[in-house]
Design a binder for this molecule. Structure first.
Ligand SMILES: [Mg+2]
Length: 327
């Protein structure tokens, strides 16, 4: 499942090189930030992901500035995203790749808008989700070789003293999915999807697990397979992060929109931003890819540390433009 990074445009820029002027000087700025791999470094155990402290500080600073809205746009379900990111009140959240939204009221911005979206599963979607669960539960029985690898991996990890608990997450349950409780692949249960995390597994085990997970699509072609950094996600709603970006733009009506993401799913965000710019809904847009994978974004920076630096720069330049009052 690991794909060799393709050297492709745009080249990696330093945070100091990215052109921030249009965002810093915008009449009204919306900043849409992916969480995992952008604000928070990727973790073997996804329940331990936290923002880089400098990025958390920058998000808080930006969110407190006038005519400046920050939104987190994530594949995580919103409850988990909120718990892991601990965002300031005025930060808007898009979760489950655009299927969920919490765009709360914010007196500081005076727009009085409040959009909450967390749609019920249709019966067909509930059936697909049940089929995904049954299919994933059957994994150990169907792939003995991968199982052995996974068990070995689990045993190795079990000796690590600092290994955090892997079962029983509160909002979205992250569990060791196995009949005997010994295998160590992680299934993140979200309202509209299941995410299989393979980070840290031997490549052949990860590939076998990915292959098994996606088999279920043969029976249920409406299941959407989302492949990301060491994850395979099976989703029963068709929303994308692009839908999330369009919703944010309608609710916030920014003149400029900046969008940072590291994964394949963020390309939908970048595409939505480009459409809004082309349609002159936006005066300015900035797309920034984090990491080395193929992208349609205009800029590329290296990693979450570079994100922290870039956001810190944006805080300084935006603050200079809008001042620090909450007008
Ligand atoms: Mg990401």
């Amino acid at each position: 499942m690991t794909i060799e990074p393709t050297v492709s445009a745009p080249a990696v820029s330093t945070p100091a090189e990215v052109a921030l002027r249009d965002l810093a000087t915008a009449d009204s700025l919306l900043l849409a930030l992916d969480f995992d791999g952008v604000l928070a470094p990727l973790q073997d155990d996804p329940s331990t992901s936290r923002m880089v402290p400098q990025s958390a500080a920058a998000v808080e600073a930006l969110a407190s500035l006038p005519r400046t809205r920050v939104a987190l746009v994530s594949g995580r379900d919103i409850a988990t995203l909120r718990r892991l990111s601990e965002p300031p009140d005025s930060v808007w959240l898009i979760g489950s790749h655009g299927a969920e939204a919490e765009l709360g009221d914010s007196a500081a911005h005076g727009d009085g808008s409040s959009v909450m979206r967390s749609p019920e599963l249709t019966r067909a979607e509930a059936e697909m989700l049940a089929a995904i669960d049954a299919h994933l539960d059957a994994f150990e029985h169907s792939l003995p070789n991968a199982e052995r690898t996974l068990r070995a991996n689990a045993a190795a990890r079990a000796t690590g003293a600092s290994e955090p608990a892997r079962a029983g997450g509160s909002d979205s349950t992250v569990r060791a999915a196995s009949t005997g409780g010994t295998s160590d692949f992680l299934i993140e249960r979200k309202p509209y999807s299941r995410t299989v995390h393979t980070r840290g597994l031997a490549p052949e085990a990860a590939a076998a697990l990915h292959e098994h997970a996606t088999d279920v699509v043969a029976e249920f072609p409406d299941i959407r397979v989302i492949e990301g950094h060491d994850i395979t996600e099976l989703a029963v709603k068709q929303a994308t992060k692009g839908d999330g970006i369009r919703l944010l733009a309608r609710a916030s009506r920014p003149t400029a929109l900046g969008c940072l993401g590291d994964d394949v799913t963020d390309e939908d965000s970048f595409a939505a931003l480009d459409e809004l710019t082309e349609a002159r809904v936006l005066e300015a847009g900035l797309t920034v890819k984090v990491g080395s994978a193929q992208t349609r974004a205009s800029w590329r920076i290296a990693d979450p540390a570079a994100v922290a630096e870039l956001l810190g720069r944006l805080v300084r330049e935006r603050r200079e433009h809008v001042g620090t009052d909450h007008g």
